[in-house]
Design a protein around this ligand. Structure first.
Ligand SMILES: [Zn+2]
Length: 127
């Protein structure tokens, strides 16, 4: 079973940029909380930048294909994403991101949009 969730429901922070507001740099890290076992997985802004741009996938090919198919029907922008497997329970997860550039100081950033998760206890995902 695959489900889609807002990134804000899983990540403590979903917006990254190089911008400095009132002398304070915005946070460059975030943590995902596994919906199945509660494990927190930390990410750095550069994880999204390098992983998503290179379209690397850490998932088994069968799992990645299922998420791809699901995303084509449910996710509006499937261009850039990062995926991983929960080290504790094996839940396969992927976050779709959007890169942006612009602003007053030529800032660039990343927004985390949608998460999809695949339960590992189903035959489709296990394969
Ligand atoms: Zn987990």
């Amino acid at each position: 079973m695959i489900s889609t969730i807002q990134a804000t429901d899983r990540f403590e922070n979903t917006e990254f940029s190089n911008e400095v507001l009132d002398g304070m740099a915005l946070p460059l890290t975030t943590a995902y909380t596994c919906s199945q076992c509660g494990t927190q997985i930390g990410f750095h802004k550069r994880d999204f930048e390098t992983g998503a741009r290179e379209h690397r996938s850490n998932l088994k090919p069968g799992v990645a294909r299922l998420l791809d198919e699901f995303a084509r029907e449910h996710i509006p922008d499937t261009r850039d994403f990062l995926d991983w497997v929960c080290p504790q329970c094996g839940l396969a997860a992927r976050v779709y991101v959007r890169f942006w550039a612009g602003g007053k100081h030529g800032d660039a950033g990343v927004s985390l949009l949608s998460v999809i998760e695949g339960q590992p206890d189903t035959d489709e995902v296990r394969g």
